[in-house]
Design a binder for this molecule. Structure first.
Ligand SMILES: Cc1cc2nc3c(=O)[nH]c(=O)nc-3n(C[C@H](O)[C@H](O)[C@H](O)COP(=O)(O)OP(=O)(O)OC[C@H]3O[C@@H](n4cnc5c(N)ncnc54)[C@H](O)[C@@H]3O)c2cc1C
Length: 333
């Protein structure tokens, strides 16, 4: 799911940082999805990226907060329409109290997309090494990265993009690790909701659902901050899969809930829902791209742009907004 809508609603982000700064993050996220689509298009990357609308569903019995969110997004110039219960039911056949439907999202096969981008990088001169980075030394003229196989790589700049496994030189108080579970149903192209819109909910630990080109439904969520250890996380796959199938039946009763694939993964969130992108404090010429939450692919595109520009001598106010040592104040409370 290539959503531009950020895990933290614009209303909440505004309460933390003020309207201008919050709106800037949302607009950058919207532009990132469109930038990624252009990249795939311009380089003819076989990533099967599909333009999609998103449907942000109310999770509670009132749509008042969602309506406030819609109004604030409109003020920020962000696209989208509010649907009350009647219009939501009529248009999408879903029985929630309300939703925001927005253009500008997309979906893609992430593995295919990642492989295609790596191939493109290699064709343009990148070199790939299969090794674990175990030590970083930014003290000299170049940054030296020690590898598990005993070799070293020296570079003018180093960008850390190691997912949830942050090396010791990165310290962030903003990131929390959790686990997430997902299932994919058997193909059922005749049972797909209108337009295969990307579905998620106005809730902290939200349910999300998308479709694949073969007509499978992928639904995920059921996140937990308490079960992190991979063995324990994976042992919960049968139980969490049943819960997700039940939630799919409640969301979209037309779906067949026969499950073809089930899996779990580590996930991370930041206390303000914004990523950690930019210089690593205390480590010259080392940059970080972390903390993506549910917007992993969207924010990774943004990280590539921002860090690339920074290394080339440019800058952006977004680098303050996403700084690893930013002050989030009461965001987590
Ligand atoms: C179940 C689930 C569903 C998700 N759904 C979505 C979604 O729909 N849309 C979305 O945008 N995002 C989604 N995300 C988030 C998204 O997957 C991540 O944000 C994204 O993969 C992060 O990309 P990355 O390249 O930074 O890190 P990763 O994809 O984690 O890649 C990091 C790589 O670095 C390697 N590595 C780690 N340490 C070292 C080291 N020391 N040396 C060398 N290599 C190292 C790792 O092995 C890994 O290959 C989801 C996540 C989960 C778990």
């Amino acid at each position: 799911m290539l959503l531009w809508e950020i895990d933290r609603p614009l209303v909440e982000l505004t309460a933390i940082y003020g309207f201008e700064r919050a709106a800037r993050a949302y607009r950058a996220s919207l532009a990132a999805v469109s930038g990624l689509r252009s990249l795939v298009h311009d380089f003819n990357i076989p990533g099967r990226i599909r333009a999609k609308r998103s449907l942000y569903l109310a999770a509670e019995s009132s749509a008042a907060e969602l309506l406030d969110e819609h109004r604030l997004r409109s003020r920020a110039g962000l696209p989208g329409d509010f649907l009350d219960h009647g219009r939501l039911l009529e248009t999408f056949g879903m029985a929630r109290v309300g939703a925001i439907v927005s253009p500008g999202a997309a979906d893609a096969d992430p593995l295919q997309l990642a492989h295609s981008l790596l191939r493109l990088g290699v064709a343009r001169g990148a070199r790939l090494f299969d090794a674990e980075a175990v030590a970083f030394d930014p003290a000299g003229e170049a940054v030296t990265v020690g590898l598990g196989n005993g070799r070293e790589v020296a570079a003018k700049a180093v960008v850390l993009a190691t997912g949830y496994a942050m090396p010791d030189i990165v310290h962030s108080k903003l990131q929390t690790v959790s686990s997430s579970w997902a299932i994919a149903t058997a193909p059922q192209p005749h049972n797909i909701w209108k337009g295969g819109v990307l579905i998620w909910e106005y809730a902290k630990d939200y349910l999300y659902a998308r479709t694949t080109p073969e007509g499978r439904i992928i639904i995920g969520g059921e996140d937990s901050e308490n079960v992190i250890e991979p063995g324990a996380r994976d042992r919960l796959i049968p139980q969490k899969s049943r819960a997700l199938a039940e939630r799919l039946a409640a969301l979209w009763p037309f779906a067949e809930t026969e499950i073809d694939y089930r899996w779990a993964g580590t996930f991370d969130t930041t206390s303000d829902g914004l990523p950690l992108i930019g210089p690593v404090p205390g480590a010259k010429r080392v940059y970080a791209a972390y903390g993506y939450g549910g917007n992993g692919i969207t924010f990774s595109y943004l990280a590539a742009q921002l860090i690339g520009d920074l290394i080339a001598g440019g800058g952006s106010p977004l680098l303050d907004d996403f700084a690893l040592d930013r002050d989030v104040g009461m965001a987590g409370h």
